[in-house]
Design a protein around this ligand. Structure first.
Ligand code: KG4
Ligand code: ZN
Length: 358
């Protein structure tokens, strides 16, 4: 790590000067199995690169924190020594560093936080701790000078399924979340059973493209209010698989995804009916799904709301959303606690991010 820091401080690029007025913010994301580094200049994306250790976890059937941590270390070195260099970005122009401090896996988070601390110290720039969910929430505004509030948001990732009212930067009201699995977890688990890779979402998306979403009906989910649940659908899907050997995979995938998304659409629709937002954002890895995006568009058209869904590469975990959220905090001049930040695996949206009090 010392050699790496020396390399950062010494060499990283000496080209293209940027005006002082446009802060260049670098974001580091290592909360799970994706290693991401992104950079925004004045809120505009100028660099975004990601490596995933997913194939290394596949034989184990789920994410192994130790493997993820080691992979982050390896990939961060590559990102800083090769990728940034190759993109012609010089680290000495960076005005601030944002880093995901939680929620996520402790080991992986610590790798990112340690790298960010070293880098901020070496460059003498502020270090901004970022809540991973908050970064997803703001991913819909990347490229804009500031976020537009209020809006209703649905976070659908591998670890989270929750509905949130976003009143402003750092001001979030949770409306409901899953009581068991997240939508992404259910997709990944059932995908594994039917022989898709890990994570199964992207492959299931592709396979479902040639299937009939009406081929199989799974029982509707009946959780109260705006709470979500995926254990019932998971069990129903497993039982169906057992009873129907030799089934047509595309039909199964399309029908399973339809059931998984119907719940999301129904809960989102009740939140729209109750809160009447003019803007609805849907963020997180599952929002990359093509069929889901189509159903979201239909929902938005029905209610006449503006739908904001990030481009697919910004749905899954990435460093750019962290850089952008840090940029937003930098704009409102938070009182930062210098290098004194720490990883918190169970950070919630309702909780203040340690070290970020402004
Ligand atoms: O946001 P994300 O990258 O990581 C977390 O913060 O958890 O989300 C990962 C989840 C995985 O469950 C993955 O299978 C799912 O997003 N996913 C998809 C698609 N792309 C990723 N699910 C359905 N369709 C996709 N195209
Ligand atoms: Zn995520």
């Amino acid at each position: 790590m010392a050699a790496l820091r020396k390399h950062w401080a010494r060499s990283l690029l000496d080209r293209v000067p940027r005006p002082r007025s446009e802060p260049i913010v670098l974001g580091i994301e290592t909360s799970c199995d994706d290693t991401g580094v992104g950079i925004v200049r004045g809120g505009l994306p100028i660099f975004n690169k990601r490596f995933t250790s997913a194939p290394r976890h596949e034989p184990h059937g789920g994410i192994v924190p130790e493997i993820a941590s080691r992979s982050h270390l390896e990939y961060l070195s590559k990102l800083f020594t090769q990728e940034l260099d190759g993109a012609g970005i010089r680290l000495k122009d960076v005005s601030a560093i944002g880093v995901t401090v939680g929620p996520g896996l402790m080991g992986p988070l610590l790798v990112g936080v340690s790298a960010a601390k070293g880098l901020a110290l070496g460059l003498g720039v502020p270090l901004i701790p970022i809540n991973h969910l908050e970064a997803h929430l703001h991913s819909v505004f990347i490229g804009e000078k500031e976020g537009a509030y209020p809006y209703l948001a649905l976070i659908v990732s591998g670890g989270h399924t929750e509905l949130v009212l976003v009143h402003g930067l750092g001001r979030y009201e949770n409306l409901g979340r899953t009581v068991d699995d997240s939508a992404g977890e259910a997709i990944d688990k059932i995908g594994r059973v039917v022989g898709l890779g890990f994570p199964a979402g992207p492959q299931m998306d592709q396979v479902a493209g040639s299937g009939n979403p009406e081929a199989i009906s799974f029982p509707p989910v009946k959780t109260p209010g705006m709470a979500f649940s995926y254990s019932g659908l998971k069990t129903a899907a497993l039982l169906w698989i057992r009873k129907n050997p030799g089934f047509f995979l595309p039909d199964f995938c399309a029908s399973f995804l339809r059931a998984a998304f119907t719940q999301l659409i129904e809960k989102l629709e009740s939140a729209i009916a109750e809160f009447r937002p003019s803007v609805v954002a849907v963020v997180g890895g599952v929002a990359a799904n093509s069929y889901f995006r189509q159903r979201l568009k239909e929902l938005a058209d029905r209610w006449g709301v503006t739908l904001k869904v990030p481009p697919t590469e910004w749905c899954t975990d990435n460093g750019l959303m962290v850089a952008y959220t840090a940029y937003l905090y930098l704009r409102v001049s938070p009182r930062l606690t210098e290098q004194d930040i720490d990883a918190d695996p169970s950070l919630d949206l309702g909780m203040p991010t340690p070290g970020l009090t402004g």
